[in-house]
Design a binder for this molecule. Sequence first.
Ligand code: UDX
Ligand code: UDX
Ligand code: ADP
Length: 453
Amino acid sequence: MVKICCIGAGYVGGPTMAVIAIKCPAIEVVVVDISKPRIDAWNSDTLPIYEPGLDDVVKACRGKNLFFSTDVEKHVAEADIIFVSVNTPTKTRGLGAGKAADLTYWESAARMIADVSKSDKIVVEKSTVPVKTAEAIEKILTHNSKGINYQILSNPEFLAEGTAIEDLFKPDRVLIGGRETPGGQKAVQALKEVYAHWVPEENIITTNLWSAELSKLAANAFLAQRISSVNAMSALCEATGANVSEVSYAIGKDSRIGPKFLNASVGFGGSCFQKDILNLVYICECNGLPEVANYWKQVIKINDYQKSRFVNRVVSSMFNTVSGKKIAVLGFAFKKDTGDTRETPAIDVCKGLVGDKAQVSIYDPQVTEDQIQRDLAMNKFDWDHPMHLQPTSPTAVKQKLDYQKIFDNMQKPAFVFDGRNVVDAEKLREIGFIVYSIGKPLDGWLKDMPAVA
Ligand code: UDX
Ligand code: UDX
Ligand code: ADP
């Protein structure tokens, strides 16, 4: 029986291993983590993360061939294949601060593997890491090998939050990078056999180590670039009277462009896009490629511009001040179907509004008030003004909103600013709202109050 151990029971490790377990009943999968509360949660009825379908998968195999444990060393020692799925945040201090990936957790995991291993291991990079991390890990392992053979593979995960289980069941592709040596190729085959339990062979791509590592950064950079491109167009649409949804649809019909990831928004968020692009930029700079670095930096600049443009639109529409004005923010996570708030554009938008002294009430059915308070307290900048955060009131905005009632209770003129183009703007206008939708032709009121970006 093949034994798999995954270090790191987070957003990536947890769902990925649960799916391997359910698809491969003959493989024992143990997910380990240094955080006891996390492991306890994985072993309880309330899993630490929310993903549609995840509960069912975990329940079906937990205790059979899927286990969650804090006994990291024991399970690493027993495993044939070790996935490393620890967090790799952006460095906040020292060399490369604000750009480079912080590999502290990775390095300590690698050293621990070297310490406890007594048999040959395949070590799989699962978390997104800078190109050539595999080489560094290989050095740590081989310099401490005690005669044990280690093969390092890069097997980046492409799942998106909110659709993790669906993405894992039916991945567009599985990517495995390994050394071009006989030992390396054997390891690639061994991992390929795991995925071949449910992924068609033609969708399992094998490459060299560095192509696999770079492909993950490149994929996220390309996806984010599409959003920044369409968001840049949304500003031009508002200025010209074009409708960004019509433009997206029209260009997406070109099969060379394709329809996905062309929704204009208040900006992309999530734990990956910004972090991976910053990382890509850093790698380019380190390799003496400033032109390439600047090209990708622009994707983040447009994203920041889009968030501040939204705030400016809100403020300028209300006579250039929101001081003391009550603003309800519906939704705080970085996208629907998740409670994850990492890098959510809502943080910048709320901070911007509070910075202009608005009274902001925030509600998201998946995010606790505590989490929202923590996110807004984390200082990217120093705010001159104290926060005026009201306690959220879930009852006020549950499920379907009665916009007529909301309108009746609001001061006039009443505004709706839609950062996701999800409301029925025409219906709201009939009720009497002034509605702003990103990249759509502007109401007369908004045209008369131009936002300065
Ligand atoms: C282009 C558009 O494709 C077409 O829709 C529009 O109406 C006119 O402009 P065209 O200029 O004829 O058409 O050629 P195209 O095949 O798009 O190639 C343009 C340039 O891009 C060429 O120099 C081509 O070699 C280059 N190219 C294309 C690449 O370098 N890499 C690619 O992957 C594709
Ligand atoms: C992303 C990648 O999709 C995934 O392949 C990778 O493994 C991790 O990073 P994720 O961050 O979970 O996944 O979410 P994604 O659905 O890609 O959305 C990212 C952000 O872009 C969200 O804030 C979303 O709202 C925004 N977005 C997405 C848009 O603004 N417009 C779009 O058209 C699509
Ligand atoms: P991702 O989104 O990449 O999955 P997360 O932050 O959700 O990242 O999860 C990473 C997990 O890795 C955390 O639960 C953290 O406690 C765990 N972790 C970090 N370092 C180690 C380590 N050396 N050994 C075991 N677990 C670790």
